[in-house]
Design a protein around this ligand. Structure first.
Ligand SMILES: [Fe+2]
Length: 336
């Protein structure tokens, strides 16, 4: 791990001991597909995850609720499925998965942070996203990519209000189902506090001005807008109090209004690489990501598209569903 010195720690690690892993794993091996009756499943998972030692449970709960806690946390030695089918090649859920340990670990951790939420424009509104390299998107700045460095960004959603950084998830959780064969994929997280401390004050000032338009996610541009950019209103990239900044950068490109603004964006990407924490996700590890406190990125990695590729499962989480009720979808309480 590398990190510039800041007043607070921006990285946390929780390692389950084998006994706790086995106890939780026993509950999860017989679990039905949790998304079939999601609210009942989440109630049951609350009981299962209450078996975490109190210190670890509090670390995760504090990660979700407090301003001054880390922006990223790695949870290790989690239960895994006894048997795994091939990695899906299309980004859709596997039809051959017999147990739901990965899905229930993902949702069990997610609900300690808030409410799992789906968006119609991301993975068809599903609550559990399968993130795998898809050959058609290998060079895109989307979750389908592999052959390119996926730049520092946070996950945003297109919104007709003109802001994409409002109804987006507060957190993401990534649970690793299968590591890439060469074990080269690295996930990065740059915390807004570390970024702000490392930036030249003049550049920070530019990033704090409303000089930027975020582009809608690649999936939205591709599926809804026929490939045309769909830019947001003018927003700052960094906002809020100096000691607890929020950062918003769309993966699919940000357009600066001025030359200075464009240069500040480049400098931001450079500084992110400098201050980022980095982890290699492997089966049994999950990454809790605060989607407001900082930005994440991913290295390139080799994909074969042969059923043995890297496979993550991901959730989007809101602390509350109340503030996004204006975009709720009739008939499904969690889809927006
Ligand atoms: Fe992302």
């Amino acid at each position: 791990m590398t990190s510039k010195e800041t007043l607070v720690s921006t990285f946390a690690e929780v390692v389950l001991d084998d006994e706790v892993r086995n106890t939780i794993g026993r509950d999860l091996r017989s679990f039905p597909n949790p998304v079939d009756d999601i609210d009942r499943s989440l109630a049951m998972l609350r009981v299962t995850f209450s078996k975490l030692p109190i210190d670890q449970l509090q670390t995760i709960l504090d990660f979700g609720r407090h301003v001054d806690t880390p922006g990223v946390a790695l949870v290790r030695n989690l239960p895994v499925d006894p048997e795994l089918p091939e990695t899906p090649i299309d980004g859709e859920p596997s039809k051959d998965k017999k147990t739901f340990v990965a899905e229930t670990v993902l949702l069990g951790l997610s609900q300690l942070l808030g409410e799992p939420v789906g968006f119609t424009t991301e993975k068809s509104g599903r609550l559990v996203h399968d993130v795998v390299p898809v050959s058609a998107g290998a060079r895109s700045q989307t979750n389908q990519s592999s052959h390119v460095f996926l730049n520092f960004h946070n996950d945003i959603v297109h919104d007709e209000v003109g802001r994409y950084d409002v109804s987006n998830p507060d957190f993401l959780v990534l649970n690793c189902v299968r590591q890439d064969g060469n074990k080269e994929a690295v996930t990065y997280y740059a915390d807004g506090r570390d970024i702000s401390a490392a930036l030249d004050p003049e550049v920070l000032d530019v990033l704090r001005r409303p000089l930027f338009r975020l582009n809608a996610p690649g999936s939205y541009v591709r599926d809804v807008a026929n490939g045309a950019d769909v830019l947001s209103d003018l927003v700052p990239v960094i906002s809020g109090p100096a000691e607890s900044p929020e950062v918003a950068v769309s993966a699919n490109g940000v357009v600066g209004e001025t030359v200075e603004a464009e240069q500040a964006l480049e400098e931001l990407q450079r500084v992110c690489r400098e201050v980022a924490h980095q982890v290699k996700l492997e089966p049994g590890t999950a990454l809790l990501i605060n989607n407001r406190k900082g930005l994440h990125a991913r290295s390139q990695f080799f994909a074969r598209h042969n059923g043995r590729d890297r496979w993550l499962q991901r959730t989007y989480i809101r602390r509350s569903l109340w503030t996004i009720r204006y975009r709720g979808v009739a008939g499904d309480r969690r889809v927006h």
